[in-house]
Design a protein around this ligand. Structure first.
Ligand SMILES: C[S@@+](CC[C@H](N)C(=O)[O-])C[C@H]1O[C@@H](n2cnc3c(N)ncnc32)[C@H](O)[C@@H]1O
Length: 285
């Protein structure tokens, strides 16, 4: 029996770390559901296409993870360990890395895991809220001759639209985003009374209050996704037609991954990354 069997989520810290056991390397590990494997599958395929496909044109290729986590995850059903997003990106030919994380324990574990894998490549670790550390990020990214892939994978609505806007204005970057439908919006938006704090968080996520009108119409999930996409389009991004859906074991939607880019080539890469799903089958959209 692995230590995860029978685990209740009370054994997980606020930052998602397992409180029952450390990882096999003796460091803190993130507790995840089985769907994290699918998220990592798509990230892995996109990183591969991005970093390899842009290598000849762009001498500096940055991977910027705004919600990095500790670098290693444990599947809370099987007890199996797997690389988190930062270690997945480190296996690809990016030249530079920026890792942002709000939780000091996770960031310290990440540093220990990342350093042996750098192979001379450049890295910056930033402790803090991804929305408030943008000037630190820009200090660490050389603009000339560089292209970035930003991965934004928070738990819920922590990525503010003003941050996405800032990225649109300051970086030549593709952004792979977690759209937290079932993990947050579906649950919260059906409540009759939303507290002030929740309303502000969702306003900041969408960048304005347009979602209030939508809520009164009780739309399907795609209406919120479409609204979010409209906001991205207003910032000059294209989003294409591929939104891999992460679901739990009862097939309930948790979240979608959305790629935002100003470059057609990125959308082609994302389409190819989506052509074969995690089960090895061709996907129809
Ligand atoms: C879903 S986990 C990230 C998992 C990681 N992307 C992976 O796939 O391995 C979200 C992480 O964001 C961190 N976090 C939460 N709010 C944050 C914020 N405002 N800024 C930066 N990090 C934050 C949490 O501590 C947690 O480690």
């Amino acid at each position: 029996m692995n230590n995860c069997e029978g685990c209740d989520l009370d054994s997980r810290s606020e930052a998602g770390l397992c409180r029952v056991q450390l990882a096999s390397d003796g460091l803190p590990i993130m507790c995840v559901g089985a769907w994290a494997e699918n998220k990592h599958y798509y990230l892995n395929r996109y990183c591969d296409m991005f970093a390899v496909g842009t290598k000849n044109k762009w001498p500096r290729r940055y991977y910027i993870d705004l919600f990095s986590g500790p670098g290693l995850a444990i599947n809370r059903e099987t007890g199996q360990e797997a690389d988190g997003s930062p270690l997945i990106a480190l296996l690809r030919p990016f030249t530079d890395f920026v890792f942002v994380e709000a939780n000091p324990e996770s960031l310290e574990a990440l540093k220990m895991r990342v350093k042996p894998l750098l192979d001379g490549r450049h890295v910056n670790f930033i402790l803090g809220d991804a929305n408030d550390t943008l000037s630190d990020i820009v200090k660490n990214v050389r603009q000339q001759g560089s292209l970035s892939l930003v991965f934004a994978d928070p738990f819920t609505v922590q990525l503010k639209m003003r941050t996405v806007q800032w990225l649109a204005n300051h970086f030549r970057a593709d952004i792979l985003l977690h759209f937290p439908y079932g993990t947050y919006l579906r649950r919260v938006l059906t409540l009759t009374n939303l507290g002030e704090e929740t309303i502000t968080a969702i306003d900041e996520f969408f960048g304005d209050t347009e979602w209030h009108k939508l809520r009164s119409l009780r739309p399907n999930p795609h209406a919120y996704l479409e609204l979010y996409e409209d906001k991205l389009h207003e910032l000059g991004y294209m989003t294409g037609d591929n939104y891999p859906r992460m679901a739990n074991s009862r097939n309930a939607t948790l979240y979608y991954l959305v790629l935002a880019s100003k470059d057609e080539l990125a959308l082609k890469f994302w389409k190819s990354a989506n052509e074969i799903g995690p089960e090895g089958q061709r996907t129809l959209f």
